[in-house]
Design a protein around this ligand. Structure first.
Ligand SMILES: Cc1cc2nc3c(=O)[nH]c(=O)nc-3n(C[C@H](O)[C@H](O)[C@H](O)COP(=O)(O)O)c2cc1C
Length: 173
């Protein structure tokens, strides 16, 4: 099996930190770790298994064409990727205490864009153990990717990641 490509944005901060932990847990020989910034479709085309990391920094940033939002910039390339036979999983950074009504919304935004392109997204997560009011990352009570909260529960990230990677394996990712 080929390597797993882990693509994350922003390039610095909690998403980057967690992307490194995921790469370590999967094994550095079987993963490539890259900021999404500067990637084009051809880079993604060389992987069959991709993990996307994103943080939620507010609806305004996402919808506007802010050039400093790494995922916003990449969206123009999403439709150029050859998604046939590709598997994708998403993890998302958020903050349950300060943004309880919009916890990890960006998981949902990225998921929706991938579903629009008929991409298979793996690794849904039950919302047990999270404290929040609402999230656009949910469908039928499940998160469409792994939520992580480095602001309030950094001590839980390693185990959440371990469980999620095991689940991905069982799903055939
Ligand atoms: C301006 C701003 C807006 C944010 N909005 C949200 C939000 O709507 N929902 C959420 O769950 N977290 C929100 N957060 C928290 C971040 O997602 C969280 O701190 C995350 O760990 C940041 O990761 P990064 O440093 O890799 O971007 C926001 C943070 C900032 C600074």
């Amino acid at each position: 099996m080929g390597k797993i490509g882990i693509f994350y944005g922003p390039a610095k901060g909690n998403v980057a930190k967690v992307a490194t932990i995921i790469a370590q847990q999967l094994g550095e020989d079987s993963t490539d770790l890259m900021p999404i910034k500067g990637c084009d479709a051809s880079v993604l085309d060389s992987y069959n298994r991709l993990i996307f990391g994103i943080s939620t920094l507010g609806r305004n940033n996402w919808d506007s064409e802010h050039e400093d939002d790494d995922w916003d910039v990449f969206f123009t390339h999403l439709k150029e990727v050859n998604w046939k036979d590709k598997q994708v999983a998403i993890f998302g950074l958020g903050d349950q205490i300060n943004y309880p009504d919009h916890f990890v919304d960006a998981i949902g935004w990225l998921h929706q864009r991938l579903k629009d392109l008929n991409v298979d997204v793996f690794g849904q997560v039950a919302d047990d153990g999270y404290q929040y009011n609402d999230s656009e990352g949910l469908i039928d009570g499940e998160f469409m990717g792994l939520p992580l909260d480095e602001d309030n529960e950094p001590e839980k990230s390693h185990e959440r990641i371990r469980n999620w990677l095991n689940e991905l394996k069982q799903e055939g990712f």
